[in-house]
Design a protein around this ligand. Structure first.
Ligand code: PLP
Length: 361
């Protein structure tokens, strides 16, 4: 059977080589006579997966010594609550920058548990851009400033991260982690659900500075405590072992293909190809994001009518390109081109876009 080009926003396409490797050892993992899924998480085989995945996250991202890498459950959405619960004390508060639907959700969830401020938002412009540095007004002494590095639904991305001095930054990097290089030490905590750039759903990566593991209030539910998970090397309770195994294979694949520098280059090339097609279409295709805020992961655009957008998605599906329908809050088309989407897939899409325009423009 032919594989299709999967432009879904998440869960998303995975590298074929990784799927084939998982398939080849599905029934008998490393001579154990069973799959990884059936293996106890207290075996040396599983512990090797867990520690290799942790080491690869550190190596690929250049995570400094004073950070821990954790593999947790509950998706990025659970982190929306865990972050404020662990990091904000009763006499403190947290600042949020709103750049899209996920940032809003993080803010709303945190507001249930701690005092929060919105210190910048581009909601008025339907989140078509990232705020400029001078629009960000950090409050007096927040526990952290939270931002979302890539806005999956609106198709915008921080091109570089703001310099907020001594203030701790926390980032939701669910939809662009491992897609480019950045300085981890700018952040106190980073979290990312795996199902976009890292592997299948079921595991969330948390990168946390070690000093934040001290003094976590005892009232927090055990499963939400970073200190408990750190002390137990992410093996406090049964981990999502198959998901962590898949993440490990994806990380190996990234490393074998040149690491983050090479991934960044591939992603820039892929996104440029599609944006160029949008820009050269004389407004047949109209990008949602302003040019200086364009995401290299999720490319959002409109066509002259909703009717044509429907036809576009339907015809693309017929030609083996699925998942292109935009999120209802932006409408139009969204092409998600995470690490595992090939240049070939992006070329198939731009070829299709050009033909579609010539027939319907
Ligand atoms: C997909 C996504 C989430 C939600 O992740 P879950 O793992 O489904 O909770 C959060 N933030 C961003 C930026 C996302 O893209």
């Amino acid at each position: 059977m032919e594989r299709i080009f999967n432009f879904n926003a998440g869960p998303a396409t995975l590298p074929l080589a990784v799927l084939e490797e998982a398939q080849s050892e599905l029934l008998n993992f490393k001579g154990t006579g069973m799959s990884v899924m059936e293996n106890s998480h207290r075996t040396k085989e599983y512990e090797a997966i867990n520690s290799e995945a942790e080491a690869l996250v550190k190596e690929l991202l250049g995570v400094p010594e004073n950070y821990r890498v954790l593999f947790l459950q509950g998706g990025a959405s659970t982190q929306f609550a865990a972050v404020p619960m662990n990091l904000v004390s009763a006499d403190s508060h947290a600042d949020y920058i709103l750049t899209g639907a996920w940032a809003e959700k993080a803010y709303k969830e945190a507001s249930k548990f701690v005092k929060t401020n919105v210190i910048a938002t581009t909601k008025e412009e339907n989140y078509n851009r990232i705020p400029q540095a001078d629009e960000i007004k950090v409050s007096q002494g927040p526990a952290y400033v939270h931002l979302c590095s890539n806005n999956t639904i609106f198709g915008t991305q921080w091109q570089s991260f703001p310099d907020l001095g001594d203030v701790s930054m926390v980032a939701d990097m669910s939809s662009d982690i491992m897609s480019r290089r950045f300085d981890v030490s700018k952040f106190a905590l980073i979290y990312a659900g795996a199902q976009k750039n890292l592997g299948p759903a079921g595991v969330t990566v948390v990168i946390i500075r070690k000093d934040l593991l001290e003094g976590i209030p005892s009232s927090i539910p055990t499963m939400l405590r970073y200190d408990i998970h750190a002390k137990n090397d992410s093996l406090f309770n049964t981990p999502p072992s198959f998901s962590v195994y898949m993440v490990n294979l994806v990380l190996r694949w990234l490393k074998n293909n040149g690491g983050l520098a090479a991934a960044e280059k591939r992603n820039a090339e892929k996104a440029a190809l599609i944006y160029e097609t949008i820009d050269l279409s004389k407004d047949f295709y109209k990008g949602h994001a302003l040019k200086d805020s364009r995401s290299r992961m999720n490319i959002t655009f409109r066509l002259p009518s909703e009717e044509l957008e429907k036809t576009f998605a339907a015809e693309a599906t017929k030609q083996g390109m699925i998942g292109l329908k935009g999120h209802r809050s932006v409408g139009g088309i969204r092409a998600s081109v995470y690490n595992a989407m090939s240049l070939e897939g992006c070329m198939a899409l731009t070829d299709f876009m050009k033909v579609f325009q010539s027939k319907n423009g």
